[in-house]
Each structure stands twice: as structure tokens, then as C-alpha cells.
Write a protein that binds this ligand. Structure first.
Ligand SMILES: *Cc1c(COP(=O)(O)O)cnc(C)c1O
Length: 449
């Protein structure tokens, strides 16, 4: 077949100047695949001529698809501060800079500098966390899901863990409390009903096979109406009386007084500690505002038990996590909350948000219509479910464009906004101050394209 003979040879084909700046290794690999496919297509009579330009274009497209990073920066204009789909809490750029020097060199991760011998990975963080929270000890694992799993597996394997039916939650990413319990080996002992659980339900559930009384934060819903739930404080007391462990999965733990009276719905870890609990766990990257981690705090004797569980080896965290978390907690201890992006966003006064909205509105006023809106948003990440905080947004209008068309256009440029009352809006609560000029440039680009 004549056509087969004119198939380009890989070695020669990759010399084409279109591939000048590319990695020879990867271009060769992709070119081989395309040329092989061409050969097969010719043999099967699917192709009757060879278009070398098209071949080059296909190879280049494939090369670019593979080498463009899939994980990319986006501007979060949804207003949701702790947005799990968009990476949850932002890591503070100053933390990141400090940590860079530690993690790109050797360090004392598991080395005791004083004694000159093996040290403990978890010792670095415990000093500052215990000082901040006033707990006896702490253990850091991969995330809060791991924390729940480790606690249940350590203390409640083949034993009963008592949980209210009103708290058997499912949160995003298929974390279902009953399923996590089952895979940890704990036996779920459900008590109460969906809307009401009483202290006597906890007490009545205790028997010789009970390991712990567990409370789970209702992260993404609230039950209203004819309801009652038992306070964490009473659960701690009941656990003590029955000589079992109390464990509270707080979901999003925070260490501050939240604005807009939100502490009333979402007490801080410091508040929760007042009743002298056995164990508590929460996420590192929800309202704490740090890196992905699960933080388990409580009595030393229980933390020691957790450290002995082989599972910890599978759930252990890297030096990057420990270094960043230590820096965040130090900021909290020093009262430098403005160094933590999540808290900074939460506390930005409305007047500042409005000023930013006005500046942006002004700079795009000649090219598109926009309107400043006083509205509200949620914190996200399973914190303060159903509670809203005030915010400022800019609605963007393009002539003859529906809101969802504009939303798609912005999304193509990695700006994620939201649609509210049929308007596409950019919510300033979650837009970083340092992103404003990029936002402006991108809007101009979207309109000019
Ligand atoms: C978010 C959440 C978890 C899971 O935490 P991750 O850090 O995402 O693993 C577990 N329990 C509750 C109640 C939560 O809100």
C-alpha cells in the first residue's frame, strides 16, 4: 500500500519546528500513539489520505491537555468562605512562606534536637495547641473523618457507641456517620428519635458493652419545631456517671468569638472544653482556617491509647501539615487572627466589602452594567447550618444574556460566582483583596472576547 509508505517516521516527525519547545520524551510518546493509530486506520480503510498538519495539531493538543495542570487557581466569588469544592480554607501565604524553608530542607520532624535521638512527630504541635485550648494532649491525623474513625476503632471496636438518631448525619463526599461507624468496627447504638433525644435515653443505653457516648455536630441541617437534644455538657456528665468515654465530633472547630452572634449556634472549642470532656475532634481546614487535618484533643490517657493504634500509621500527617497547622495555631494564640484568611474574610466589615464592589463597578462601568447588592451568604463547610451572614455582591449584566450564560462565561475564566434571583453575582465576602485587579482584568477580557 502506497499510503502506508508515506506515514511519517516518528524520529523525523518530531523534528518539526512546531514541537521546538516541547519535551522530546513526551512528544515522542504521543507522536508514536497517533502514528500507530494512523497506520491502523489506513489498514482498515478508515483513512484515505495523510494530513500531516492535522497530525501535528492533534499531537500538540494532546500534549497541552496532558501537561496543563488540572488543579488550578480559581477566584471564589460564591460568597461561601469555607467552600469544600473550592479547596476549603485558604492556607495563609505568610504561613506558606515560613514553612517552605522547613519542608524543603531536612528538619527535626522525628528527631529530638536536645537528646540527639529519635523524637516524636506529634510533639511539635502539642505544646502550642495545649496552651491555646487548655487540653491535656492532642493528636493530629489526616482529616476529621480519620479522627472519627480512629477514635471509634480504638475505643468502640465490637463495643457499643451511643448516638442520637437526630445526629446520624451524612455530610458532603459521602461521609455517613453510621457507615463510618460500621467500618470502624463500632456497634452503633441508636437512641431517641429524629426530633427528640433525652438525657435518659443516653443513660438507659449504657450497659457493660458500652464504650462511648458520642455527639455529632449537625453540620448541614438543623431540626426545628418540636425538638430537644441533649447538651454536650450533659452527655459528658452522663458518660462520667456510667464510666464510659464521651466523644464529640464537632465538625468545624473554631477558637474565637464568631461575628454576628454566631457563637450562640456554634460554640468555640474553648467553650466546649469548659465541661472537661474526654475527647473532641474537628477539622483543620474548616473554621479553624488552616490545612487539611483532623485534630483530636482531650485527656492524655485517651490520646495515649489512640497513639498505640496501628491505624495511626495509615492516617499520619506529613511535615507540611504539621508545620502549617503549628503556624496557624500560633497565630491564634498570639491573637493575630487577621493572619488567617478564613477569619479575615469572616470579619471583613461590610463597608470594606462595599468599597471593593464600588471600585470594581467603577472600573467596568463603560463596558457592562452592574449593580451593588446588599445580600447574605453562608459560611459553609458544615458550620452554622442555615445561618446567614451579611455580605455585598455585584450583579453583572450583559445585554441579551441570561444569568446562567454569564455564569458559564465567568466559570470558563476560573471565576466562580453564583446566581441569586435570576442575577449572576460576584460576592465579595470570599473574594480576596489581592485578587481584585485580576478580577477586573478578567472581566474586561471576557467582554472583549
Ligand atoms: C466536616 C465534618 C467531618 C469530616 O471532616 P473532614 O475534615 O472533612 O474529614 C466529620 N464530621 C462532621 C460533623 C463534619 O462536619
Amino acid at each position: 500500500m502506497l499510503l502506508l509508505k508515506s506515514i511519517p517516521k516518528v524520529d523525523k516527525f518530531i523534528q518539526n519546528k512546531a514541537f521546538n519547545k516541547m519535551s522530546v520524551k513526551l512528544i515522542t510518546k504521543i507522536a508514536k500513539q497517533f502514528i500507530e493509530k494512523l497506520r491502523v486506520d489506513i489498514l482498515e480503510n478508515k483513512v484515505t489520505s495523510i494530513d500531516e498538519e492535522k497530525l501535528i495539531k492533534n499531537v500538540l493538543t494532546q500534549y497541552n491537555t496532558i501537561t496543563t495542570p488540572s488543579l488550578q487557581k480559581v477566584i471564589n466569588a460564591t460568597g461561601v468562605i469555607v467552600h469544600t469544592n473550592l479547596g476549603r480554607s485558604l492556607i495563609s501565604p505568610t504561613s506558606f512562606d515560613k514553612v517552605k524553608n522547613i519542608v524543603t530542607s531536612y528538619n527535626n520532624l522525628e528527631y529530638d534536637l536536645e537528646k540527639g535521638k529519635r523524637g516524636e512527630r506529634y510533639s511539635h504541635i502539642s505544646k502550642v495547641i495545649c496552651e491555646l485550648i487548655g487540653c491535656e494532649d492532642v493528636l493530629i491525623v489526616n482529616n476529621n473523618a480519620s479522627a472519627v474513625f480512629l477514635v471509634l476503632n480504638t475505643f468502640a471496636k465490637n463495643k457499643e457507641a451511643v448516638v442520637s438518631r437526630g445526629e446520624l448525619v451524612e455530610i458532603g463526599g459521602s461521609f455517613r456517620v453510621p457507615d463510618v461507624m460500621a467500618s470502624s468496627g463500632a456497634i452503633l447504638k441508636e437512641i431517641g428519635t429524629t426530633n427528640k433525644t433525652h438525657l435518659k435515653d443516653y443513660k438507659n443505653a449504657c450497659n457493660e458493652n458500652t464504650a462511648l457516648l458520642m455527639k455529632v455536630h449537625k453540620s448541614n441541617y438543623s431540626i426545628e419545631g418540636f425538638t430537644s437534644e441533649v447538651s454536650h455538657e450533659d452527655i459528658v456528665k452522663a458518660a462520667k456517671e456510667n464510666d464510659v468515654i464521651d466523644y464529640y465530633d464537632m465538625g468545624s472547630g473554631h477558637m474565637i468569638d464568631l461575628p454576628y452572634n454566631l457563637n450562640q449556634h456554634e460554640p468555640s472549642v474553648l467553650d466546649i472544653m469548659k465541661c472537661d470532656p474526654s475527647l473532641i475532634s474537628f477539622s483543620g481546614d474548616k473554621l479553624l482556617g488552616s490545612i487539611q487535618a483532623g485534630i483530636i484533643i482531650g485527656k492524655k490517657k485517651y490520646i495515649d491509647e489512640l497513639k498505640k493504634n496501628q491505624l495511626l500509621r495509615m492516617l499520619r500527617v506529613d511535615k507540611i501539615t504539621l508545620a502549617i497547622l503549628e503556624d496557624t495555631v500560633t497565630s491564634l494564640l498570639l491573637g493575630n487572627n487577621e493572619d488567617i484568611p478564613t477569619l479575615k474574610m469572616l470579619f471583613t466589615p461590610l463597608v470594606d466589602l462595599k468599597q471593593r464592589a464600588k471600585t470594581l463597578q467603577n472600573s467596568i462601568k463603560d463596558i457592562c452594567q452592574s449593580e451593588i447588592l446588599e445580600t447574605s451568604t453562608v459560611i459553609g463547610g458544615g458550620t452554622t447550618p442555615n445561618k446567614k451572614i451579611p455580605t455585598i455582591a455585584l450583579s453583572i449584566k450583559f445585554t441579551n444574556c441570561k444569568a446562567n450564560t454569564i455564569e458559564k462565561l465567568f466559570r470558563k475564566h476560573n471565576i466562580i460566582g453564583r446566581i441569586e434571583n435570576d442575577k449572576f453575582i460576584l460576592d465579595f465576602r470570599s473574594i480576596q483583596e489581592c485578587e481584585l485587579s485580576l478580577l477586573e482584568k478578567t472581566i474586561i477580557k471576557i467582554i472583549n472576547d
